[in-house]
Each structure stands twice: as C-alpha cells, then as structure tokens.
Design a protein around this ligand. Structure first.
Ligand SMILES: [Zn+2]
Length: 281
C-alpha cells in the first residue's frame, strides 16, 4: 500500500534529527534563501501571454523563441507545495509539469510497507510525460519533494503543440529516454551498490536539480527514498561528515566537498548525468 498523505508528509519533515540539533555549521551561517522562502500556496494565476516569466525549465528554455511563443498561451505557472501529490497510482494524467525549481520524486511502493524512489525530476523534466505517452494510468506516486514553481500544460494542448514544427517533440522524446535510463539505473544501483555510494549519488543528483549545495532532507526522508533503514543512512552520512564531505542538522544537508562526494558515489551518477546533459543538445 502506498503511504497515506500524512505519512508522506513525514518524509520531508521539519523535525530535527535527534543528536544533530546543536550548533551545526549550517545553522550558524543561517538558512539559505531557498530554505527561508514562504511555503508555496498552490495554483498561481495563468500566465498572460505578455508576461515575461523567467523560464528555468531546461526543456522550455531550449526551444526557439518562436516555438515557445506558440506554447505560452497554453502554459500556466503553478506553485508546487512540499509533499503535494501530482499523480497517485491509478490517476489519469491531465497535465504535464515542467518544474522550474521544484523537484518531484517518482516513488514505488514495496510490499505495502515502504517506498523507494526510482527517479527524481527537476528543472530538466516534464512530470507525467512518460505515463501519458504510454497511454496508461499512473502506477506510481509523483510527489513534490522540494517545493517551488513549475509551468504546466494540459496534455491535449501539449500534443497539438508537439505535432507542429519545432524541437518540442524531439526534446520530449529524448527526455523520456533519459528518464528511462534513470529508472533503469536506479534498479541497478539499488541492487548492486553500497548504501554509502547510493547516498552520495542521491545527494549529488539532488544538488544538480535544486541548484544549491544546501539541501533539505532528513535522514528519515532519505532512508525512505533509498528504501533502506534510517540507521544505514545515519551511518553513511556520519562517515561523510567525519570526512568533512557534508554537514547536516535540522533537516538540512550541506555538501562541503562535491569532488570527494562524487568519488564516493557509484558510476550510476555519471551515467545518469551524461544522459541528462546530452538530451538537450
Ligand atoms: Zn549506483
């Protein structure tokens, strides 16, 4: 059984991790801007065609101006709240979401008592696209892990736009391939690689998507994403902390040494990153 929404709310709790709540370096320096902004409040007004909203989604920003202008009337900017469920198992996809700075996790249920993240979609992504193209209802949970904004478009409007001249159709197709690679690699990673290597990969991938070396995550939430026990994450994070690769407290993690964290990660990080870096070219 997929966890209930209240259970999912615990996944990104604001509760401090016991034992890590006294005077950490992150706290002394103060919360970064992206952590201190007010919570998202739901759907914003549809974007007027004349409104020059900054587009940070990499698929949309890669389009030629003329093609983007054609899409713009069908796009609306929305604020995605932490733990907001975009698609639950059985849902029909109505909208494709193009995150700007939000990060969405694709979670699968494991034997009814835990979940595992098979992919994360950030500003390179188009959430819901793979399910829509397959012509099926969602079989997983798509949940907002990091709040922020996204542009969304109704699927029938997107289909019309993609069938017109331009790069959109090709970009979406290539994106789905990159996403499939990420899902497949996650399967390999979960089966063959150590928790330490998987944790390093997860931190680096999250950093790439939020665009900051300071991340929001508790050890409990990471354990649920990786499908492991919290004590395993605590041990791995503790080793990274001892080696001054990360700092953490109160649901925040700071990456101090990206180069060494990358060395500690498995090859999956590089394989997935290359796919995502190349699909836009
Ligand atoms: Zn791996």
């Amino acid at each position: 059984m997929i966890p209930s929404i209240p259970e999912l709310a615990l996944m990104r709790g604001l509760r401090p991790d016991p034992g890590n709540n006294r005077g950490c370096a992150i706290e002394r320096r103060g919360a970064p801007e992206r952590m201190s902004r007010p919570p998202a409040r739901g759907l914003l007004a549809p974007m007027p065609a004349s409104n020059p909203v900054l587009v940070r989604n990499r698929i949309l920003s890669t389009l030629a101006k003329t093609e983007y202008r054609r899409l713009r009337p069908g796009l609306e900017q929305v604020a995605l709240q932490e733990n907001e469920v975009l698609y639950a198992p059985g849902d029909v996809v109505r909208y494709i979401y193009f995150p700007d700075d939000a990060v969405v996790s694709l979670l699968f249920d494991v034997d009814g008592h835990r979940t595992v993240e098979v992919a994360m979609e950030g500003n390179e992504g188009a959430v819901g696209l793979a399910i829509y193209l397959a012509g099926v209802n969602s079989c997983n949970l798509s949940i907002v892990r990091d709040p922020g904004t996204a542009m969304r478009m109704e699927v029938n409007v997107l289909t019309k736009c993609a069938n017109q001249r331009g790069r959109l159709q090709d970009l979406l197709r290539r994106y789905v391939h990159a996403l499939v690679t990420q899902v497949a690699q996650a399967g390999v990673c979960n089966r063959f690689h150590s928790i330490e290597a998987r944790l390093a990969r997860w931190l680096l991938m999250t950093q790439d998507r939020v665009g900051s070396h300071e991340l929001r995550a508790t050890q409990e939430s990471i354990a649920r994403m990786l499908g492991v026990r919290r004590s395993s994450v605590t041990a791995a994070a503790g080793r990274f902390h001892e080696q001054h690769m990360i700092d953490y407290c109160r649901g925040r993690i700071e990456i101090l040494d990206q180069r060494r964290l990358r060395a500690a990660s498995c090859s999956c990080y590089g394989i997935i990153k290359r796919q995502y870096d190349s699909f836009l070219n």
